[in-house]
Design a protein around this ligand. Structure first.
Ligand code: SAH
Ligand code: SF4
Length: 344
């Protein structure tokens, strides 16, 4: 059996074993076949319309110390910023006026933004008629409940790697069990729950990536955001190698094959390591793009990794540019909120 048979199996049954997943990840010769199967699955289950989510990175202050991330608390080289609730709401109103359906609020784990404080902001955004995704790290069950009741619809919390030993090495002071607890709580509370990983982390193997994909399937994630690891010179991983885009794309494709009806963004990190990385991802399983709509100078300090892609054009101009890019690959911009529609 060669990997074409495995790809065919995934295409038909949406299941694979860890060995089969690993074999496909190891086989660089068969990637066209893999990408084609994933693209067809994307078209059959979620269609040609791409969901745009307006992204606002509202604070780069973080109490955590993740070894890969430029926002880690021990990095003193990055100037810190925090938008006020009024500034966040003003950006939310902009998103609405640009005809976005969803706003994504992402930030470090900033002690200023407690759950009650965030809930006030969530309530105001909810009133605008925008779907709201939060990506603000770990909270207690009660805190997540408050955010859900305030009107948040979705939550993104990457597991980063489903390998507990690697996770705890890369995230000092954090616990793998608590990360899992958060994801379970979010699902239980009825959030559309997204997770994801970094590919190409130092110490990560292809078998480990295969287990990550099975983890997504087991938890029945509604969204999977993943991206290549890009070493940040202001972090302890500065000398590690930059990940290959290809590995990320293969994980996107395999995720689409195993979880055919979910939402998968073509992420900023993919765009950063290769100018057409995002378009490639959209053609091997991805169906979501999250343009950054902030405009201030502070934006560049949300420096998770170096060279982070950011649109040069003003937000509306950029949206038009995206529309043209999508048209060129036979795709459209969705007019819907873009919640997961579960296949039977
Ligand atoms: N603080 C929140 C959200 C902001 S970080 C959280 O951690 O969940 C958002 C994502 O940036 C992280 O999940 C991580 O996967 C990614 N990231 C951080 N450093 C990175 C790097 N050096 N290269 C690529 N992605 C990185
Ligand atoms: Fe903070 Fe998130 Fe960066 Fe970790 S990855 S240091 S939690 S912003």
């Amino acid at each position: 059996m060669n990997t074409t048979d495995f790809i065919q199996k995934a295409f038909q049954t949406h299941t694979l074993t860890v060995q089969e997943l690993t074999a496909i990840l190891e086989d660089d010769g068969n990637k066209e076949c893999l990408f084609k199967a994933a693209d067809q699955t994307r078209q059959a289950y979620v269609g040609d319309a791409i969901h745009l989510r307006a992204l606002v990175e509202f604070t780069n202050i973080c109490r955590n110390n993740c070894l890969y991330c430029g926002l880690r608390c021990e990095n003193q080289a990055v100037p810190r910023f925090r938008l006020t609730p009024e500034e966040i709401l003003s950006l939310a109103r902009n998103a609405k006026s640009y005809d976005y359906k969803t706003l994504v609020l992402q930030g470090g784990e900033d002690p200023f933004f407690t759950a009650p404080k965030l809930a006030e902001i969530v309530r105001e955004i909810h009133k605008l008629g925008l779907a709201l995704t939060l990506s603000v790290g770990e909270f207690s069950y009660e805190d997540y409940k408050l955010l859900k009741e305030a009107g948040a619809d979705r939550y993104l919390l990457r597991i980063e790697t489903a390998d507990k030993i690697l996770y705890e090495k890369l995230n000092p002071g954090m616990s793998f069990e608590n990360r899992i607890r958060c994801l379970r709580d979010l699902k239980r509370l009825g959030f559309e729950t997204g997770t994801g990983i970094l590919t190409g982390l130092p110490g990560q193997t292809l078998a480990s990536l295969a287990r990550d994909i099975l983890f997504f399937k087991e938890m029945d994630a509604d969204m999977i955001g993943l991206g290549p690891f890009i070493p940040n010179p202001q972090t302890p991983l500065k000398n590690a190698a930059t990940a290959r885009l290809n590995t990320s794309l293969k994980v996107v494709a395999l995720t689409r094959l195993l979880l055919p009806d979910i939402n998968i963004p073509a992420t900023t990190a993919m765009e950063t390591i290769e100018p057409d990385g995002r378009l490639k991802a959209l053609q091997c399983g991805a169906n979501v793009v999250m343009p950054n709509i902030a405009e201030g100078e502070y934006k560049k300090f949300y420096a998770l990794y170096p060279g982070k892609f950011s649109p040069e054009q003003a937000p509306l101009e950029y949206k038009e540019y995206l529309r043209k890019q999508f048209t060129a690959i036979g795709r459209t911009i969705s007019k819907e909120f873009g919640f997961r529609k579960k296949a039977q």
